[in-house]
Write a protein that binds this ligand. Structure first.
Ligand code: UD1
Length: 420
């Protein structure tokens, strides 16, 4: 628990290495259940979401240990098939054990998942995929119970695009008998990374990164060592931190190829950048102009996870911005917190409108992981001291967040014992 006290007003400058991807590694931890041999995830981020996912795996019977920054997983003996409430409620990704437990144990009982409060977040698409792969699925008393004699490949046409449901269907399809064809899949890079990881273990998956994925079921997977890719959302967060403070940040290991929509917005705001090898050099001195209209969408569109980060910058820019959130129906709460800092924003349904504002230090509260990071970044650009409460939400996904911002010259004090 605890709070951050942030003294704003100084441009962030310096060089940092982008952390490895939270959203890529969480499904890989669930996927480990499909393999009885040792798996090493090299450069795994040390964040609380990873620790919570690992706790679920250990509770099911896996051996898990760290070797420096490498996460080692061995799922030789998996005795349980139930993910209990106290563990599942900690995070949304716990629902991914539905597909991998079904693949491994032919039975899965997963308590309704938790995660950020950004909308209703139902699991109907996950359940639909399991049913179509031959499992009997029932939801009762906040638990999803699924069972099968043998998962069988099938054609699954998703009525709506979902990252998590696509991942769950891939996990269940990997060891299913026959061919599974997934249509209207999410195309996020994290899905491509998951499929590369599974293929390295011997799975036969084609088409990841497109809206049609074909999985030829195999009987078993072999152990492997896999390098966790860089985090495009963390990279986008630090890009926006540079923009909010009109600074100059160099991002090593930035996954630039996955950041097209974000870099487009950055350029429209007046930001300048160059890519040298795997390094993204950014210059935000001339950031001044709000993007008139921005809407979130699935990849390769502008990511919903960076909507509140852009908002934190947009409120300080010339001209107004209309920001439309199209993925999650309740992801506008950070705008209310920014108002406490003097942001002129109006919220109507799924849309936020901004006007040029001067941000001043205030007491604000993180309402979700990315929103919390947005408040910290707004604070770094604001005049005076801001206290950000509920920082445990931020630390679910950002590795060494205060230390990284301090390395860039940000003045941020962590008060661990404070009542948040
Ligand atoms: C993942 C990411 C999250 C990101 C989101 C969208 C991880 C750990 N999380 O979340 O950071 O913001 O993708 O890019 O990778 N939906 C249904 N029924 C379902 C499943 C989803 O209606 O069964 C809806 C959701 O409520 C939401 C939309 O579909 O409105 C998209 O959600 P989804 O793509 O599933 O997001 P997550 O996988 O939860």
């Amino acid at each position: 628990m605890g709070v951050y006290h942030i003294l704003g007003g100084r441009p962030l400058q310096g060089r940092i290495r982008v952390q490895k991807s939270k959203n890529a590694v969480l499904p890989m931890i669930a996927a480990a259940l499909l393999c009885e041999e040792k798996i090493v995830l090299k450069g795994c981020p040390f964040i609380s979401d990873v620790c919570d996912m690992v706790e679920i795996l250990q509770n099911l019977g896996a051996e898990v240990w760290w070797e420096d920054s490498d996460l080692c997983l061995e799922c030789r003996k998996i005795e349980k098939d139930t993910v209990e409430g106290a563990l599942a409620e900690k995070m949304r990704s716990s629902v991914l054990f539905l597909g991998s437990l079904l693949g491994r144990k032919k039975r899965a009982v997963v308590h309704a998942p938790g995660g950020c409060t950004i909308g209703k977040r139902p699991t109907d698409l996950h359940q639909m995929a399991m049913t179509q792969l031959g499992a009997g699925v029932e939801e009762k008393n906040c638990e999803i119970c699924a069972e099968t004699k043998q998962l069988k490949g099938n054609l699954i046409v998703f009525p709506r695009v979902s990252v998590g449901a696509t991942e769950n269907a891939i996990l269940a399809g990997t060891l299913a008998r026959g061919v599974t064809v997934l249509e209207n899949c999410a195309r996020e890079p994290e899905i491509l990374h998951l499929c590369r990881f599974l293929n390295q273990m011997g799975a036969k998956i084609e088409g990841a990164g497109t809206s049609e994925i074909v999985i030829r079921g195999v009987q078993r997977l072999e152990g492997c060592t896999f390098c966790v890719p860089s985090d495009r959302i963390a990279a986008g967060t630090y890009l926006m931190a540079g923009a909010a403070t009109r600074g100059r940040i160099i991002l090593e290991d930035a996954p630039v190829d996955e950041m097209g929509a974000v870099l487009d917005v950055y350029e429209k705001m007046g930001g300048q950048y160059a890519v040298i090898g795997g390094t993204l050099v950014t210059e935000s001195r001339n950031v001044h102009l709000a993007v008139p209209y921005l809407e979130t969408s699935g990849y390769p569109g502008f990511p919903t996870d960076l909507q509140s980060l852009y908002l934190a910058v947009a409120v300080t820019l010339e001209g107004g911005s209309r920001i439309r959130e199209t993925i999650f129906e309740d992801r506008m709460r950070t705008a209310w917190e920014l108002k406490k800092m003097g942001a002129k924003v109006t919220i109507e349904g799924q849309e936020i409108r901004t006007e040029t504002s001067k941000l001043l230090g205030a007491d604000v509260t993180s309402t979700d992981l990315r929103g919390g990071a947005a408040l910290a970044i707004a604070a770094l650009g604001a005049e005076g001291i801001t206290t950000v409460h509920k920082i445990h939400l931020i630390e679910r996904g950002y590795e060494q967040f205060p230390r990284t911002l301090s390395a860039l010259g940000g003045r941020i004090l962590v008060e661990k014992e404070a009542i948040d």
